[in-house]
Design a protein around this ligand. Structure first.
Ligand SMILES: NC(=O)c1ccc[n+]([C@@H]2O[C@H](COP(=O)([O-])OP(=O)(O)OC[C@H]3O[C@@H](n4cnc5c(N)ncnc54)[C@H](OP(=O)(O)O)[C@@H]3O)[C@@H](O)[C@H]2O)c1
Length: 328
């Protein structure tokens, strides 16, 4: 079965919705590999082609897991991975983008994924110590060597995008974009459109919050990163719940879920937008894919946006330290 429409990131054809695989190894508490692999394969069966991982997720575990999940089905998949966080989990964040590191990171990812090329290779965060020309120059060498097909950046700012794109075409910018995180709309998205760079919104469900599943952090594992994220903090979370309440009302009227409405809103940002909701579960995967069929009128879009005005969103999307690694 393959009824998921196709969209393009630069010249790379992908399913209009991808699958974010981070939570299968990282960030959101314990996972079950068997369940995760079944979810990835179910995604392929349903017509999803774009799978998103990174070397940092679970310190390599996520790439190895994906390698196992797509074994024998390599041709059906657009494998996207990332490099750049050079610290181990739990250590202070260290970003690297020097040419030697790019080459070394790519070899390690290829090995863990068990493939001979990566379809979309992103720099996870821009290294402020290294000119982007050096980083993208090294990534472009990987393209010439046949190890990588297309290049991407994550959380890169306007000037970085322009400089990077001048070295080698950038197919995609992967940055946070959802109803409650709209920072890139003013300046960054227009630059992407000018340059023909596709947009891959990460955390399009607000790390699950916009589905209405979390009314407190009580049920989250002790290790869940959301416990330390400002929008889930005491006081902020309660205020943010009012967004979900309004979203729920709108969703009920359209006979969909709040999560589907939040995803459909992202999908309606443009034909060059390919969100990658993350889930470990087949049930949520199916629900999220069904959001592709939700049609929203201009009035619907306005009502959805009115449910989540910027001044209503309590707390920054990352803590202060993590925000310093976002390139502006
Ligand atoms: N480039 C970057 O710096 C960066 C940063 C963060 C994420 N990402 C990528 O973006 C992907 C998605 O982001 P994300 O996982 O942070 O956030 P997200 O997609 O906004 O939300 C994921 C969370 O929502 C839950 N969920 C998913 N569908 C649901 C549904 N229909 N109903 C209820 N709950 C649902 C998931 O639960 P279960 O897992 O329990 O199913 C998980 O806890 C990641 O997997 C990763 O590949 C990239």
């Amino acid at each position: 079965m393959n009824d998921v429409p196709t969209r393009h990131l630069g010249s790379l054809a992908v399913s209009a919705q991808g699958l974010g695989c981070m939570g299968m190894s990282h960030g959101y508490g314990a996972s079950d590999d068997t369940q995760s692999i079944a979810t990835v394969r179910h995604a392929l069966d349903l017509g999803v082609t774009l799978l998103d991982t990174a070397d940092f997720y679970g310190a390599g575990h996520n790439e190895e897991l994906l390698g196992r999940a797509v074994a024998g089905r390599r041709d059906e998949v657009v494998l996207a991975t990332k490099f750049g966080f050079a610290n181990r989990l739990g250590e202070p964040t260290r970003v690297r983008g020097d040419a030697a590191y790019v080459r070394q990171a790519c070899e390690a990812s290829l090995r863990r994924l068990g493939v001979d090329h990566i379809d979309l290779y992103y720099q996870h965060r821009v290294d402020p110590q290294v000119p982007i020309e050096e980083t993208v120059g090294a990534m472009a060498e990987l393209v010439r060597a046949g190890k990588v097909r297309h290049l991407g950046l994550s959380e890169a700012g306007e000037q970085t995008l322009r400089r990077a794109h001048a070295v080698h075409p950038i197919a995609a910018l992967q940055s946070e974009w959802s109803l409650w995180t709209r920072d890139l709309e003013a300046e960054i998205a227009p630059v992407c459109r000018e340059l023909g760079i596709g947009l891959v919104p990460f955390s399009p469900l607000g790390r699950g919050f916009l589905t209405g599943r979390y009314s407190s952090v009580e049920g989250l594992a002790e290790t869940d990163v959301r416990r330390s994220q400002p929008r889930f903090a005491d006081g902020n979370l309660e205020r943010n719940l009012s967004i979900v309440e309004k979203l729920n009302e709108l969703a009920e009227a359209k006979k969909v879920t709040a999560g589907q409405l939040a995803l459909a809103w992202v999908q309606h940002r443009g034909q060059d937008v390919v969100p990658i909701p993350g889930t470990r579960r087949q049930r949520y995967l199916e629900e999220n894919l069904a959001a592709l069929t939700v049609e929203l009128s201009a009035d619907d879009l306005a009502a959805i946006e009115a449910a989540a005005p910027a001044e209503q969103v309590a707390g920054t999307r990352y803590d202060a330290t993590s925000l310093t690694f976002v390139d502006n």
